[in-house]
Design a protein around this ligand. Structure first.
Ligand SMILES: *[C@@H]1O[C@H](CO)[C@@H](O)[C@H](O)[C@H]1NC(C)=O
Ligand SMILES: *[C@@H]1O[C@H](CO)[C@@H](O)[C@H](O)[C@H]1NC(C)=O
Ligand SMILES: *[C@@H]1O[C@H](CO)[C@@H](O)[C@H](O)[C@H]1NC(C)=O
Ligand SMILES: *[C@@H]1O[C@H](CO)[C@@H](O)[C@H](O)[C@H]1NC(C)=O
Ligand SMILES: *[C@@H]1O[C@H](CO)[C@@H](O)[C@H](O)[C@H]1NC(C)=O
Ligand SMILES: *[C@@H]1O[C@H](CO)[C@@H](O)[C@H](O)[C@H]1NC(C)=O
Ligand SMILES: *[C@@H]1O[C@H](CO)[C@@H](O)[C@H](O)[C@H]1NC(C)=O
Ligand SMILES: *[C@@H]1O[C@H](CO)[C@@H](O)[C@H](O)[C@H]1NC(C)=O
Ligand SMILES: *[C@@H]1O[C@H](CO)[C@@H](O)[C@H](O)[C@H]1NC(C)=O
Ligand SMILES: *[C@@H]1O[C@H](CO)[C@@H](O)[C@H](O)[C@H]1NC(C)=O
Length: 883
């Protein structure tokens, strides 16, 4: 089973695609129908020429609901609107559904084999081919279980038919892809052929599962790096004769200029398999780096197996790999610490959600990854929803690390010591399915340099037997990366060390100074999933999925539940905690617009503080080794837990993160009132200047301080103490501006806080698993009384020669003597007035000091022209330029 091909989009008619051994093809699409709608003779349905004119036509991979959307039965915008998803009849999806495809094949020459390859069907399936049942759901069970079935004896010359009967998924009983409290569950629970199915033609011997290991450990070893690379692959003799074969491999250097050939001879007894291993030394190996640290050179690997006659028996589609080393250790505080190529790698990431119907659009994924890197993050976490090969290929190319693993809160963690998971206890067949799942996913991920770790448990660690199965599967696939017991510190199996990752919340709102505390999720150790829960989309986004009555509830019934939050019954079905803080800190919302505006302020300061605190403490005595914000994005339009809304229109939470995660940055610690100089780069050093200004809401300068310091790679350094701030404020609020410049006077970071005399006061003793309550709120209501300033603003195109993106420079000038607070900019389509996406702003939601001038750039996909708009406070959008 070779990964790359099963997402190929260019599909040839199968008879053309499958002509000689080594050829592979993806089944191009399916006819889909409910077993309720057709007669139950599956033998008949799986014979060629069945009449499926009344069935739905769907693509190569589609859960039942994704298929029904594709074929126009349901409309996505309608399903996503308000609570319309709840209107679907669940009973329609509590019966099996059928996936059927017919294709022509030529006669198979003797000694050739045709295989059908699955990569997981939710939750399990019976598979028929030309009237014969070739697999039963006892065997093809588990959403990640990939199997290769030999169709050879059953092939017809001319039309052939495959029929898959997919059984309903039950998150408590099946090893599937569940959603816990992330979003309402899709009514079909993800049932169906969610990953494409392939056909493969081979000679008597097939080759699969190529993988590599290297002896590379660290980039410290010198300029020219000699690396031993070991390739392994599984070969299998499907024939009744002992066969001599030659495995041939070639490695192409990233620029294709150099090629190394490898060969190995093996003899395979009848019906046997073997793992072959080929070794070479690469001199001057090019090392792969995460995006912020260096390039992403990718070597190309091809492997094939031929018979002694010279005839090819099977070819593994070419794949790419990178040379790097990822390791993890437990530090003195028992926290996990990762290194990449020998350098301490502080994880700054967020939890990734696939689409609610598991639809996969690589272009959308690419935009999301661009946004992740644009925010300055370096990692995404997959909790139990593994992806397709193209996803990892993209992460490799873009230098984005992926922390993968199994999920919590359902069958996957139905351990006797876990009282939180409602799953049915595991039986022998579950352990086997878990093993097969692990083998399949490890095989898919093995070559990818973007993999940081695999977490075999999430909230809880796997029991001893499951751990043994997982480890043996990972070892069988030569897993080269860290294996982590779970995402929490609750316990661990004897075969793995403690995880060193904490899962102590919060998941709901906490004030910015929380992160500078010493307990729970505050900035120390490794937070595997935590955040203030924020991520409110802007109003146009909200209007696309909330009804007028939902919107009314949003701002006027502050304890009201929302369908677009966590499901009913969850602690996150409403925004009570958040809304109380919003009202107390910024004043009760006076209108929907006022609420959204205040929400963006809340969201911005929440994400900024979390990422800044982890950056500031990256080399503290209780070191902050990493943090995963809960979450990056949502499976469908959502009101919370996201840095990036579903429609990819970034708002406050996004820009708070982006400011906080700059490669070189300057940070204000709300608690200690210290200023930290941050450096996440591997090499930048030299003298830095930090300029500090504090002005009151009326524009009066309250403080000016300056410091210079040497910046140190991968470190944070305290450069100033501003203990006088509360005294200077004398009961009011003010704006604190930190500007970081290098020795050429280039601005590396500019960071503005609104500060109050009294920070929020936390009641740490009353913390629970998802929040720490506040006893006294910081008072920022004076922001609402600020004079609204008129800004000079222009927007003009600049020539940046970016493919498919238009670059625009926006200049803002505050001609008033008072600050201009939290200005939002957007690029919209001139005719529809819809915000364009993807859109990458250098900065947004900006605050300008009196008389300050600011230049911003934006790169945006604008095929039909553009218009830049500006919003001051919650006022009207004002057009400042067009092109
Ligand atoms: C199902 O269809 C097959 C093929 O058409 C036929 O031979 C068989 O008799 C049918 N079975 C039933 C129970 O109708
Ligand atoms: C196929 O079935 C449809 C009804 O589902 C019917 O209208 C059509 O005539 C059938 N076609 C053939 C060739 O039998
Ligand atoms: C779905 O409905 C929306 C809103 O009614 C409409 O604009 C859109 O074109 C529809 N989509 C499809 C695929 O029919
Ligand atoms: C890996 O092997 C090469 C070639 O023998 C050697 O030069 C290099 O030092 C080895 N690297 C490590 C980390 O052992
Ligand atoms: C098999 O692999 C060898 C080494 O990479 C290569 O030279 C040869 O062209 C390959 N044959 C086929 C048919 O791909
Ligand atoms: C290889 O063959 C052995 C013995 O039949 C079997 O247990 C094992 O699963 C096979 N491995 C592969 C990769 O097919
Ligand atoms: C501005 O506010 C400060 C307090 O922050 C106050 O002392 C000063 O008098 C005010 N200036 C004006 C011109 O209102
Ligand atoms: C918050 O600040 C405003 C404006 O400065 C003031 O009017 C109000 O009394 C303060 N609220 C509390 C609860 O102190
Ligand atoms: C640019 O856009 C075109 C049309 O959407 C697309 O085919 C092409 O792949 C894009 N190029 C890049 C580099 O994204
Ligand atoms: C902003 O851009 C304008 C026009 O391109 C330029 O004259 C000015 O120097 C820039 N200002 C800053 C602060 O970079």
């Amino acid at each position: 089973m070779w990964p790359s091909s099963w997402t190929s989009v260019f599909l040839l008619p199968l008879a053309e695609a499958l002509q000689s051994p080594g050829d592979r093809a993806t089944i191009a699409g399916w006819h889909l129908q409910s077993t309720q709608a057709v007669n139950s003779n599956l033998t008949a349905w799986s014979l060629p020429h069945a009449n499926v004119s009344s069935w739905y036509r769907v693509g190569p991979r589609a859960t039942v609901l994704a298929g029904l959307i594709q074929s126009g039965v349901y409309n996505e915008s309608d399903l996503f609107y308000s609570d319309h998803l709840a209107d679907l009849r669940e009973s329609d999806f509590q019966v099996p559904w059928l996936y059927r495809e017919e294709f022509a094949l030529p006669a198979l020459p003797p000694n050739q084999h045709l295989f059908l390859i699955t990569h997981g069907i939710s939750s399990k399936a019976d598979i028929f081919f030309n009237g014969i049942q070739i697999a039963s759901s006892d065997f093809q069970r588990g959403s990640y279980v990939g199997v290769s079935y030999d169709l050879t004896p059953h092939v017809f010359v001319g039309s052939n038919a495959v029929l898959i009967k997919a059984y309903p998924t039950n998150y408590h009983e099946d090893l599937a892809l569940g959603w816990v409290d992330w979003n309402p569950h899709p009514p079909d629970s993800g049932m169906g052929v969610w990953r494409a199915v392939e056909l493969q033609l081979t000679g008597p011997v097939s080759i699969s599962s190529p993988r590599i290991t290297t002896n590379f450990s660290s980039s410290e070893t010198g300029e020219s790096t000699a690396v031993i690379i070991k390739f392994k692959a599984d070969v299998k003799n499907h024939g009744e004769f002992s066969t001599d074969v030659v495995i041939m491999g070639a490695i192409l250097s990233p620029d294709l200029s150099r090629r190394i050939d490898l060969a190995q001879h093996v003899q395979l007894p009848p019906y046997s398999n073997s793992t072959v291993s080929l070794k070479t030394t690469l001199n001057d190996a090019q090392i792969w780096w995460p995006a912020a640290w260096g390039p992403q050179p990718l070597y190309q690997l091809s492997l094939n197996v031929s018979l002694l006659s010279g005839a090819i028996s099977d070819i593994a589609p070419s794949a790419r790999f990178g040379i790097r080393n990822v390791a993890s250790t437990l530090n003195a505080n028992n926290d996990v610490e990762y290194t990449i190529n020998g350098h301490r790698f502080q994880v700054r990431g967020a939890g990734y959600a696939p689409d609610i119907f598991l639809r996969f659009d690589i272009e959308r994924v690419e935009y999301i990854f661009q946004y992740v890197l644009d925010m300055g993050l370096n990692t995404i976490r997959l909790e139990g929803k593994q992806e397709h090969p193209a996803f990892f290929e993209l992460a490799d190319r873009m230098g984005l690390m992926v922390m993968a693993g199994w999920e919590c809160c359902d069958k996957w963690e139905a351990w006797t010591y876990n009282e939180e998971a409602p799953g049915a206890q595991w039986h022998d067949e579950d352990y086997i399915a878990a093993y097969e799942s692990m083998v399949h996913e490890a095989e898919m991920m093995q070559l990818h340099p973007s993999l940081l770790a695999f977490l075999v448990g999430s909230d809880y660690w796997p029991d001893e037997r499951a751990t043994q199965f997982y480890l043996s599967a990972l070892h069988r696939m030569d897993w080269p990366n860290p294996i982590i017991a779970s995402a929490s510190k609750r316990g661990h199996p004897s075969q793995l060390p403690e995880s060193g990752m904490k899962m102590d919340g919060p998941y709901d709102w906490v004030p910015p100074n929380y992160w500078y505390g010493k307990l729970f999720g505050a900035a120390f150790g490794f937070g595997s999933e935590q955040g203030a829960g924020v991520g409110t989309p802007e109003l146009p986004s909200l209007q696309s999925f909330l009804s007028p009555s939902d919107l009314k509830t949003l701002w006027s019934n502050l304890n009201g539940g929302q369908y677009h939050l966590s499901p009913e019954g969850s602690d996150f079905h409403d925004r009570k905690i958040y809304n109380t803080a919003l009202s107390r800190r910024y004043g009760s919302p006076q209108s929907l617009e006022d609420y959204i505006y205040k929400a963006q302020i809340m969201d911005y300061e929440a994400t900024r503080a979390e990422f800044e605190a982890f950056a500031a403490r990256q080399n503290a005595s209780h070191q902050a080794t990493g943090v995963i914000y809960w979450m990056l994005n949502s499976a469908w339009p959502s009101l919370h837990w996201q840095l990036l809304p579903y429609d990819l229109r970034p708002a406050g939470a996004y820009f708070g993160t982006k400011v906080a995660s700059r490669l070189e940055h300057v940070v204000h610690d709300y608690e200690s009132r210290s200023v930290y100089l941050i450096n996440h780069s591997l090499e930048s050093s030299g003298t830095r200047r930090i300029l500090v200004d504090l002005v009151g809401v009326n524009g009066t300068q309250l403080l000016r301080r300056e410091a210079t310091a040497e910046t140190v790679p991968l470190a944070s350094k305290k450069v100033l103490s501003l203990l006088e701030i509360p005294t200077l404020l004398s009961g009011n609020i003010a704006f604190l501006r930190l500007v970081l410049t290098d020795d050429l006077n280039t601005i590396l970071s500019r960071n503005i806080y609104w500060v109050s005399t009294q920070n929020d006061i936390l009641d740490w003793d009353r913390s629970n698993w998802y929040t720490t309550p506040v006893t006294t709120y910081a008072n920022f209501t004076a922001l609402g009384q600020m004079q609204v300033v008129k800004l000079e603003a222009t927007a003009a195109p600049i020539n940046n020669a970016l493919v498919n993106l238009t670059s625009i420079e926006v200049t803002l000038e505050n001609q008033a003597d008072v600050p201009a607070f939290f200005i939002r900019l957007a690029v919209v389509d001139p005719s529809t007035r819809e915000e364009l996406t993807p859109v990458f702003w250098s900065d947004n939601y900006v605050t300008l000091f009196p008389r300050e001038r600011l230049n911003l750039t934006v790169n945006v996909r604008a095929t039909e022209g553009w218009m830049v708009t500006m919003r001051v406070a919650h006022g009207e959008e004002q057009v400042i330029g067009r092109g």
